[in-house]
Design a protein around this ligand. Structure first.
Ligand code: AMP
Ligand code: MG
Length: 396
């Protein structure tokens, strides 16, 4: 049976990034940029006030103060001042409002006083105070981003501030999630004998949300061979990656591997030497012109599905998007002894907390692949090699 390391290498070697595509910037968060970006405008696009206050001609502050000014106008953000500031005058100006022609200096409202409707200034301001010059943030023609950069939320704001609406990126793959099982019923409905509530679909769908995938197709299917085959065939035509849950083990109604082969999928692997998650299944659907399509089959036991998501699905997604690995590994001190049966590589949920002497990992009780509650407090996993049966407390 394939080792985990070997399965992950197959994913790395075979799953290629999606073809670059121009997408609206709102859909580009976390994506790898596939073009250079040069600023097309100055931002800010005009000299503007950094304060709510009054705008002056600096030349008016000659001789000894205090100085008295007559108020000509009020300029709000978004206004287009028609007048020019006359000597001995001021205008009231709001933050972000264009600096009126003739003025060059702004004093904030808290620093002036008023008398008979006039504005009194006691201290001479430095020239240019509180004026944000055009292009101060980004100047037209500046190199904003290089090809290959990974766009953050702030980066998208930067693109928006220069007026860009679309960018060319490695796009987020389009996903379809299918929970299989004739025993499954949706929460909110009465439970008949033999049925269970579908918990995996909500878990996996929300793990996907945690990784930035909001718009996915999500359905449940019974274990009827023909119906499931039709559904997968349809989803394959619309999506880059199908994630099925359940139906990949050895049962009479575990149809996914066979129907994938009938649909022309090539099995990359089926079963990995690990616990939980052994039945994991990956298939590729090649096509001459387009990117391959993929189907990853997660085992249905809830803990297996979660472990398989973190171990395999995230890896496939980062390969499709050409991103660095999304799993963070660090060393922690084991708080209590763990005893396991030797055999397969084990992946065990633990609760890691930050303490004086560093990260500490607390076992959270007996875990088995069918007991979802045994994962309740886990915020990390530890891996235990197949030949190890006991990890003493305080091991790293
Ligand atoms: P399977 O992988 O289809 O053989 O399912 C293994 C076990 O997981 C069975 O006990 C199923 O009833 C259970 N299971 C499968 N899918 C789900 C689901 N969506 N939610 C909760 N349990 C499930
Ligand atoms: Mg099943």
């Amino acid at each position: 049976m394939l080792k985990l390391r070997e399965a992950l290498k197959l994913i790395r070697d075979l799953v290629n990034p999606l073809a670059p595509k121009e997408v609206p910037i709102v859909d580009a968060n976390g994506c790898r940029l596939m073009q250079e970006v040069v600023a097309e405008i100055d931002t800010p696009p005009f000299d503007n006030s950094a304060m709510d206050g009054f705008a002056f001609r600096h030349a008016d502050f000659s001789g000894e103060g205090p100085w008295t000014f007559q108020v000509m106008d009020i300029i709000a953000a978004g206004d287009r001042p028609a007048t020019k500031l006359l000597p001995g005058n001021t205008v009231k100006i709001m933050t972000g409002a264009p600096i009126i022609d003739g003025s060059d200096t702004v004093i904030k409202i808290e620093s002036v006083s008023f008398q008979d409707g006039n504005v009194i200034v006691k201290d001479k301001p430095p020239l240019g105070m509180n004026v944000r010059p055009r292009g101060e943030d980004i100047s037209k023609g500046a190199n904003l981003f290089s090809k290959g950069d990974i766009l953050s939320a702030v980066d998208l704001g930067l693109l928006a501030s220069t007026g860009m609406r679309k960018v060319k990126v490695v796009p987020r793959p389009s996903l379809s999630l299918i929970a299989t099982g004739s025993e499954l019923i949706q929460p909110g409905n009465p439970l008949e004998f033999g049925q269970i509530y579908d918990s995996n679909r909500i878990t996996i769908q929300n793990l996907l949300k945690n990784n930035g995938f909001y718009n996915i197709s999500s359905t449940t299917a019974s274990d009827d061979y023909t119906t499931l085959k039709k559904m997968i065939e349809k989803q394959l035509s619309d999506h880059d990656l199908i994630i099925t849950i359940g139906g990949v083990s050895m049962g009479d109604f575990d149809h996914v591997p066979l129907l994938v082969k009938e649909l022309g999928g090539e099995v990359v692997f089926h079963k990995v030497f690990m616990k939980p998650g052994k039945p994991i299944f990956l298939a590729e659907f090649t096509s001459n012109s387009l990117n391959s399509k993929w189907l990853v089959g997660l085992p249905g036991n809830p803990v297996s599905a979660i472990v398989s998501y973190h171990t395999f699905v995230k890896k496939i997604l980062t390969e499709l998007m050409d991103l660095p690995p999304s799993i963070i590994t660090s060393k922690a001190i084991l708080a209590e002894e763990i005893i396991v049966k030797s055999g397969r590589l084990k992946i065990i949920g633990v609760k890691v907390t930050e303490e004086k002497d560093g990260l500490k990992a607390y076992p959270i009780g007996r875990q088995s692949s069918g007991r979802l509650s045994s994962m309740k407090d886990a915020n990390a996993f530890i891996q235990i090699e197949p030949d190890i049966e006991q990890l003493p407390a305080n091991s790293k």
